[in-house]
Ligand binder design. Structure first.
Ligand SMILES: Nc1nc2c(c(=O)[nH]1)N[C@H]1C(S)=C(S)[C@@H](COP(=O)(O)O)O[C@H]1N2
Ligand SMILES: [Mo]
Length: 476
């Protein structure tokens, strides 16, 4: 089912993906699986009805569904040996159950005469048989599910026993005053459990660090294969970096800030020796997903990391355990490969990341942006001094100033907290004196190069949303 779901995700155009994300937020996977369960239930009911009318017609429906499942499984890069028989077994079990139920139904004659004492009446016996059959199928499904859960528990266990080395190059301490205390303004560093999650994986890839390797291939002087122990033995660097999704709407929450621990990708690439004609690195995840990152962004001073730690702990499973990429200033879809297992040094002219042929830009620099977190859109507030607060970001460049304007009036400069670094978001705050009435308040940020964020509204596809975040407040 996850394989069919994965094939569905792979096939949908970006517009539809956006629509689903906006509709369900990050619960989109649950929605997809629930939708598929409904389709499957409907197909099962249909097969039953059809089979009653015409022998083997229902069987054909289930068989076709089984083949679709098999094709979807074979098409997935995360292919594991046990995944292949699953759709076949499910189809065979479904067909057997269907034929058996139909036979029972055929025997279901009106009960005449007295039941034999001590033996269940035929109708009751049939009922028990159907109940038993259903239970057997449920047990099989449960066994499968628990196999998967067992694998997840094993990797969770390995992760919890892992202790990461201290950073040889620690992150600069968070400056005093970087975190503004204001009710409703989120923390400066996002806790792992609140960190947004975006990926195409319906089932979190389970990677045992003992088995993990990273290959550096393509346009290099020498190919390299790195294992996890070797990676942990390298001098590690720790940096705060705010990562963001290209699907983040203006005012959206597909953005988070964490302290990442890892080995600079630049040093790994230096060992491999990229050829002069190379200009891109295609990073590949264990599930086949890919991102195309400019070679420049992985080798310049921004300290792009082969990250193993997030906020002082090993990466959570859903954030790429055991190893992912973190690159400041680029949207996740062109840089932040989770469960990474290969870096192919190549050229934009020859290769493309997963989302590029699906309607997203080849290059994905993060657009300078800002957000009002307090007060929330549509809130009622008391007249007088109204505290506004939020965040602004221009990763790798830094924020110079944040301004607010009320009902399209003049821009007023907000108080900007010191950032942790230019690679993270900055918090800001401004108290506005507001008399009773309706107000529309907008925010804009300007980066340290003096470039203000773009005012014109643009949708998230193909290269990230632009426009001012606007909140409406009624002052009473
Ligand atoms: N393997 C894999 N890595 C991936 C993705 C994916 O679909 N598969 N999605 C990317 C996208 S679009 C984003 S925005 C970030 C999100 O990282 P997070 O889930 O840790 O916040 O991961 C990136 N890495
Ligand atoms: Mo993303």
């Amino acid at each position: 089912m996850t394989a069919v779901g994965g094939a569905v995700i792979d096939a949908v155009p970006p517009g539809v993906k956006e629509w689903v994300i906006s509709l369900f937020g990050t619960a989109d996977k649950v929605a997809l699986l629930a939708g598929m369960a409904l389709v499957i239930a409907a197909l099962a009911a249909l097969s039953g009805v059809v089979e009653l009318r015409r022998r083997f017609a229902g069987v054909a429906i289930i068989a076709v569904f089984g083949v679709v499942g098999l094709v979807a499984v074979l098409g997935r890069a995360e292919l594991t040996a046990y995944a292949i028989p699953v759709p076949l077994l499910v189809a065979v079990a479904g067909i057997s159950l269907l034929r058996w139920l139909i036979r029972r139904l055929g025997e279901w004659q009106p009960v005449t005469g007295q039941p034999v004492p001590g033996q269940p009446a035929p109708a009751r016996r049939r009922f028990l048989q159907i109940l038993g059959g259903t239970a057997a199928v449920a047990v099989l499904a449960g066994l499968l599910a628990s196999m998967l859960r067992g694998a997840a528990a094993a990797v969770t266990e390995v992760r919890s026993k892992l202790s990461l080395p201290a950073a040889a190059s620690p992150a600069a301490p968070v400056p005093a005053g970087a975190e503004i205390r204001l009710d409703g303004l989120g923390p400066l560093v996002t806790p792992d459990r609140d960190f947004y999650r975006i990926d195409t994986a319906l089932r979190v890839p389970l990677v045992d660090p003992e088995q993990w390797t990273l290959k550096v291939t393509g346009l290099v002087e020498r190919e390299i294969e790195l294992d996890f122990a070797t990676l942990l033995a390298k001098p590690l660097t720790e940096r705060y970096v705010t990562i963001a999704c290209v699907s983040n709407e203006v005012g959206g929450d597909l953005i988070g800030n964490a302290r990442w621990l890892g080995w600079p990708v630049r040093e790994l690439l230096a060992l491999a020796g990229p050829r002069p004609e190379a200009d891109m690195v295609l990073s590949r995840s264990t599930d086949g997903w890919t991102a195309g990152t400019p070679l420049e962004a992985l080798t310049d001073s921004r300290d792009a990391l082969l990250a193993v730690g997030m906020n002082g702990e090993p990466l959570p499973l859903e954030h790429g355990f055991p190893v992912r990429l973190i690159v400041s200033g680029l949207y996740g879809y062109v840089s932040a490969t989770k469960w990474v297992t290969e870096l192919k040094v190549t050229r934009f002219a020859d290769d493309a990341g997963y989302w590029t042929p699906r309607g997203w830009s080849e290059r994905g620099p993060i657009k300078t942006s800002s957000r009002i977190d307090v007060p929330r859109d549509g809130r009622n507030v008391a007249a007088g001094k109204v505290a506004f607060g939020g965040v602004a970001w221009a990763q790798h460049t830094g924020i110079a100033k944040v301004e607010l304007r009320v009902n399209g009036g003049p821009w007023q400069q907000a108080g900007l907290a010191p950032g942790i670094s230019r690679d993270t978001w900055y918090q800001w705050k401004l108290a506005l004196d507001l008399a009773p009435g309706q107000y529309e308040v907008q925010v804009r940020a300007t980066d340290l190069g003096g470039v203000p964020q773009v005012e014109d509204r643009a949708p998230v596809a193909p290269s990230g949303a632009t426009g001012y975040h606007t909140v409406r407040v009624s002052v009473k």
